[in-house]
Design a protein around this ligand. Structure first.
Ligand SMILES: *[C@@H]1O[C@H](CO)[C@@H](O)[C@H](O)[C@H]1NC(C)=O
Ligand SMILES: *[C@@H]1O[C@H](CO)[C@@H](O)[C@H](O)[C@H]1NC(C)=O
Length: 207
C-alpha cells in the first residue's frame, strides 16, 4: 500500500514532467515582436530552407540588434525614362551577379550579415522607385540566401528570372551564370567551378 505522502510525491513528479515536456515542445515564451516585419514572411511560403534561414536570422538578431535604416520602405521616386531605367537595370544586374560570384565560398556570419543588409538597403535606395518596390516584394518572398557563394549566386539568378518572367523576357539559364557575368577573376579558379549543379527547386521557395 502506497502512503499518501508517496502518492502526492508521484503526482508532483508527473506534473513536473508534463510541464517540462510542454515547454520543450513549445518554447514560445520568447519575445519575437522584436524581429523585423519581414520575418513573418520567411515562414509564410512553407519553404524548409527559408525556415532554417529564419531560425538562423533569429539567433543572429539575438546577438546583433538590427542596424537602423536597413529595413524600411522605398526611398526614391518613380523613374519615368524607360531608356534610363533599362540601362540602370543592366548595370545593376551586372554589379549584383559579379558580387555574388565573387562572394566567399564559406562566408563568416559578419559577411553573411553584410550581404543580407546590402540587398535590403538596395531595395530601399535603388534609384528607380517602382523597381525598388518590386525588389522589396521579391525579398519578402525569397529571403536572400547568404550561406555560400553558390547559394547567393543561385538565389540572385532565381530572383533575376522572376523579374524576367514579369517582363516576358527569356528565362536565364543559371547554370551558365559565370559565362554571362565574368567575375573578372582571370585564371583564378573562382569562375568555372563557382556555380556547380543546379538545385532550382530550392531557389524557388518550394514552389
Ligand atoms: C517584446 O519586445 C518589444 C521590444 O523589445 C517590446 O516593446 C514589447 O513590449 C515586448 N513584448 C512582450 C510581450 O514582452
Ligand atoms: C532618357 O534617358 C536617356 C539615357 O539616360 C537620355 O539619353 C534621354 O535624353 C532621356 N530622355 C528624356 C526624355 O529625358
Amino acid at each position: 500500500m502506497i502512503s499518501r505522502f508517496a502518492k502526492s510525491f508521484i503526482a508532483i513528479v508527473v506534473a513536473l514532467l508534463l510541464l517540462s515536456t510542454i515547454s520543450f515542445i513549445h518554447p514560445s515564451s520568447r519575445n519575437y515582436s522584436y524581429f523585423d516585419p519581414t520575418s513573418g514572411e520567411f515562414l509564410a511560403n512553407g519553404n524548409a530552407a527559408a525556415e532554417r534561414n529564419h531560425k538562423q536570422d533569429q539567433l543572429q538578431h539575438d546577438a546583433h540588434p538590427p542596424i537602423s535604416g536597413v529595413q524600411g520602405g522605398v526611398i526614391m521616386e518613380k523613374l519615368g525614362n524607360a531608356t534610363a531605367k533599362a540601362a540602370l537595370g543592366r548595370a545593376t544586374w551586372k554589379l549584383l551577379h559579379t558580387m555574388t560570384l565573387r562572394y566567399p565560398e564559406k562566408p563568416t556570419q559578419d559577411e553573411r550579415d553584410a550581404l543580407n543588409s546590402y540587398f535590403h538597403l538596395l531595395s530601399r535606395l535603388y534609384p528607380c522607385g517602382e523597381c525598388a518596390h518590386e525588389f522589396q516584394q521579391l525579398l519578402k518572398q525569397y529571403p536572400p540566401q547568404t550561406s555560400s557563394r553558390r547559394a547567393a549566386s543561385l538565389w540572385l539568378c532565381s530572383v533575376h528570372n522572376r523579374v524576367n518572367e514579369r517582363l516576358h523576357k527569356e528565362e536565364f539559364d543559371c547554370a551558365h551564370l559565370d559565362e554571362e557575368y565574368d567575375c573578372g577573376c582571370g585564371d583564378e579558379p573562382i569562375g568555372a567551378s563557382a556555380v556547380p549543379a543546379l538545385d532550382l527547386d530550392m531557389m524557388r521557395g518550394g514552389r
